[in-house]
Structures are given as structure tokens and as C-alpha cells.
Design a protein around this ligand. Structure first.
Ligand code: ZN
Length: 314
């Protein structure tokens, strides 16, 4: 049997800050407040499942465990990436992730570096990205005194913006933003501030103040990333970031393009439009909201259509 792209069924997560915007991707949402669509997930809290071909019905985690050749036989105790689409109808809590060293030492889990592509947002939407403290003492004092307006750096966003969020970056997604997030496959999160919000039972969510102070990069460093654009007649490829953890591109297809997949694997999320992929004279249709993995050894293929895709790989 010839090698196929693997299309995945996402997992949806109910969140207090979620909404119904993910319907615009063609999904039937299980909740009124759906916050997250886990597109490529091999995690104990959620697994995306193959929809087609010989691996139909298997989870990404099962493929990683038992079909490692699909990923070029790379090593690792877990699938390295997690891709989500988030709908923030309300502000997410302000948080920071440790690096791998701190995470493994204190939580027995990896740290987390992530990145965000802004798919859509309301006029005036903002994220929190960094802070103003010059020393760790100053950071601790401002947190303990609740000087949030002074401490947290707010950045206005628009569709098409991209943000690299290395471990140690204080960050939050603001209300009215739909983003695609590519991240290390880990869950180690320290919550710094939750706007003093209470849940339905009147409880505040747990904060991790001491850990947050310990792992935050001080002073804040604005990551130097410069998008690189490669344009051919049929496809414009913007490379946003090439980090130790992942490389992320946006591909804008218009027409028909010949491509070659010679990496360990590539993850493709279609965020706009539709088209088809042709491999060994088999044709696979795709549209906005689809997520497919191109396995190791996939080789040459052709894309045709008008679509925007976010592509990530190691
Ligand atoms: Zn985060």
C-alpha cells in the first residue's frame, strides 16, 4: 500500500474562558464554552485519532509507541509536539512555563516553549507578553503587591501576527482571540494571576506564585525572530521560527505546487480555504479545519487549491 497522509480527528476541551468561534472551522462543538481544539495531541489529557487509511482508529500516542517508523524512528519518550486551536472568548489566566531543566527537577515533566499564530481577533484585542521588572526582587515585589497594570506588558494583535513564547515568558491570551498554538508536549504551567476571578462555586483558581517568580526570565527578553518569506508562483511560505523545539511555517497556496516531504514528519493544519493533495495518483481532499500528518518517507506530492496552512515540524 502506498504511503498516505494521516488525517486526525481533534479532541475538544471545555474551558471557562471558551466560546463558539471554533464552529467557523466546520467543527460540531460539544460544549457552549469550547476553549480548545487539540489537533495533534498525544497526551494523557487528550489524544487525537486517525480518521483514514490503515491506521484508522488509532491515536497519535499509539502510532508513536508502535509505528515509530512513521516519525523517522526518532527517539523520545513521547510525541514531541502538541498543536491546538484556542478560542479565547474571555481572558486566559496570566502564566509562565519553566524550562526543561526546572520542569524535570521540580515537576518530573518537561518545561514548555510555545508559539502563537493569530488566526482571528476582535478589534483592539491584546495579549500579555513579557513584563517590566528589572530584577527578580522587583518582580516578586510587584507580584506580591498586585501591581499588575504596571508589571504586565500588553501587546495589541491582529490576524496574521506570530509570537514566539519561550519558557520563562510571562504570557496570556486576551479575550476575543482565536489562535493556533504549537508547543512542546508538556503541561507544566504556573499561574501568576487570574484577575481575581471566581468559578461557579465561588472559588479562586490555584496560583503558583513562588514557582512563577523562580522561572520567569528577568529582565524580560523580546525573542528575536524575523519571519523569512519564500514565494513561488503557487505558494508563499513564511517561516516564523526555527527553534530547538519546533519550526513553524505558514503556507499560502494558490494553484498547484509540487513539494517534497523528506523530514521526520510534518504537521499540517488548514486554517483557511480548501484543496487537494495528490500522492502516487491518490487524491485526498482537505478544507479549513482539517489536520493531517505527513509521515517520514512521504516524499514528493502535489497540492492544489486555494488554502492557508500552518505547518510545523522538528
Ligand atoms: Zn502557555
Amino acid at each position: 500500500m502506498s504511503i498516505q497522509p494521516l488525517f486526525f480527528e481533534p479532541v475538544f476541551k471545555e474551558r471557562i474562558w471558551g466560546g463558539e468561534q471554533l464552529k467557523s472551522f466546520g467543527y460540531e462543538l460539544p460544549y457552549h464554552k469550547t476553549g480548545e481544539c487539540w489537533a495533534f495531541a498525544a497526551h494523557s489529557n487528550g489524544q487525537s485519532v486517525v480518521k483514514n487509511g490503515e491506521y484508522k482508529g488509532l491515536t497519535l500516542g499509539e502510532l508513536w509507541e508502535n509505528q515509530r517508523q512513521l516519525f523517522g524512528n526518532i527517539e523520545g519518550d513521547r510525541f514531541p509536539l502538541l498543536t491546538k486551536i484556542l478560542d479565547a472568548a474571555q481572558d486566559l489566566s496570566v502564566q509562565v512555563h519553566p524550562n526543561d531543566e526546572y520542569g524535570l527537577k521540580h515537576e518530573g515533566d518537561l518545561g514548555k516553549t510555545e508559539c502563537w499564530y493569530i488566526i482571528d481577533c476582535e478589534e483592539g484585542a491584546e495579549i500579555i507578553y513579557g513584563h517590566t521588572a528589572k530584577t527578580r526582587e522587583e518582580l516578586a515585589a510587584m507580584i506580591h503587591e498586585g501591581k499588575w497594570d504596571e508589571l504586565l506588558t500588553r501587546v495589541p494583535v491582529k490576524p496574521g501576527d506570530f509570537f514566539f513564547v519561550p519558557s520563562g515568558t510571562v504570557h496570556a491570551i486576551g479575550a476575543g482571540i482565536v489562535i493556533l498554538e504549537t508547543q512542546q508536549n508538556s503541561d507544566t504551567t504556573y499561574r501568576v494571576y487570574d484577575y481575581d476571578r471566581r468559578d461557579n462555586e465561588g472559588n479562586l483558581r490555584e496560583l503558583h506564585i513562588e514557582q512563577s517568580i523562580a522561572v520567569t526570565t528577568v529582565p524580560a527578553v523580546e525573542p528575536e525572530i524575523q519571519p523569512v518569506v519564500n514565494t513561488s508562483d503557487e505558494m508563499k511560505i513564511t517561516t516564523f521560527v526555527e527553534s530547538d523545539y519546533f519550526t513553524v511555517h505558514k503556507c499560502e497556496l494558490e494553484g498547484s505546487a509540487k513539494l517534497d516531504q523528506n523530514l521526520s514528519f510534518q504537521l499540517v493544519s488548514v486554517i483557511e480555504g480548501a484543496g487537494s493533495l495528490v500522492k502516487d495518483s491518490e487524491k485526498y481532499e482537505f478544507k479549513k479545519g482539517d489536520h493531517f500528518l505527513l509521515p517520514s518517507g512521504f516524499g514528493e506530492f502535489e497540492l492544489d487549491g486555494k488554502a492557508e496552512m500552518i505547518v510545523s515540524h522538528l
